[in-house]
Design a protein around this ligand. Sequence first.
Ligand SMILES: NC(=O)c1ccc[n+]([C@@H]2O[C@H](COP(=O)([O-])OP(=O)(O)OC[C@H]3O[C@@H](n4cnc5c(N)ncnc54)[C@H](OP(=O)(O)O)[C@@H]3O)[C@@H](O)[C@H]2O)c1
Length: 264
Amino acid sequence: MKNSIADLKTKVVIITGASSGIGREMALSLGKAGGRVVAVARRIEKLNELKEIAGETMLTIAADVAVEADCQKVIEQTVEKFGRIDVLVNNAGISMNAKFEETDISVFKNLMDVNYFGSLYLSKFSYPHLLETAGSVFFISSVVGKRGFPTRSGYSAAKFAVQGLFESLRAEWVPQGIHVGIISPGFTDTSIRSKAFNADGSLRGADGKTAGKIMSAGDAAGYILDAVSAKKREVILTGAGKFIVGVNKFFPKLTDTIVNKTLG
Ligand SMILES: NC(=O)c1ccc[n+]([C@@H]2O[C@H](COP(=O)([O-])OP(=O)(O)OC[C@H]3O[C@@H](n4cnc5c(N)ncnc54)[C@H](OP(=O)(O)O)[C@@H]3O)[C@@H](O)[C@H]2O)c1
């Protein structure tokens, strides 16, 4: 990770979902090294606490990525402050934990608004700036964006949409000089499961089931920063994550049984 920090601290990097978990760890590593990091999330107080540790080169912006105008503001304020954008990491995300038939339609819409549309708005508004710098956009998806899981239908669907957007943008933008990459973490030790939606849209408030060895947020952030610096195309994190995606390719029916045992 040392080399990736040295490389990325010369760049202007926007990280969404920087108030907790993986995004916070990424922003902290870059900020502490003196990098020009733009930390984005709804909870500005958490971002400001982060800036106190990370240092003056960090710009914090309160924004709801589900709101198009907020995303436009993020790009405008970044360019106003730093004059350029080199890397956009679409990391903000939210999950669910409920059976499909019991889940309120509004939950599916919320999941799509944050995970998919949030990434889409920021990618779209940053395009002219990334073109100028021959920059990169990265999507933080999930293993559930490669293979559907029970009790995660809306989250899986939103991350599959992210995967589709990634593949199309990669085809369109790489020939124009913009790198496009995607990282799919497996189970990571963050608050995502306790903040997941219940069927009625309330927040779960307790950590949910996991399987295999859970990765720390710091380790996930390190792998992601390495992938961003190395301009990797696609990375899957955790042994269990790689296993499930690999098995699903050749034995999808067997994988149905495995995912039902894991989260069903
Ligand atoms: N942890 C895992 O096991 C795991 C596995 C696979 C993939 N991932 C992916 O990794 C990414 C990071 O998640 P995490 O695990 O670090 O979860 P986390 O600790 O819950 O952090 C989620 C971040 O997203 C932000 N966020 C949520 N809704 C937002 C909105 N509407 N607008 C702006 N920011 C918003 C939150 O900030 P505010 O609440 O302050 O807005 C928070 O900073 C997500 O895309 C997630 O899907 C995580």
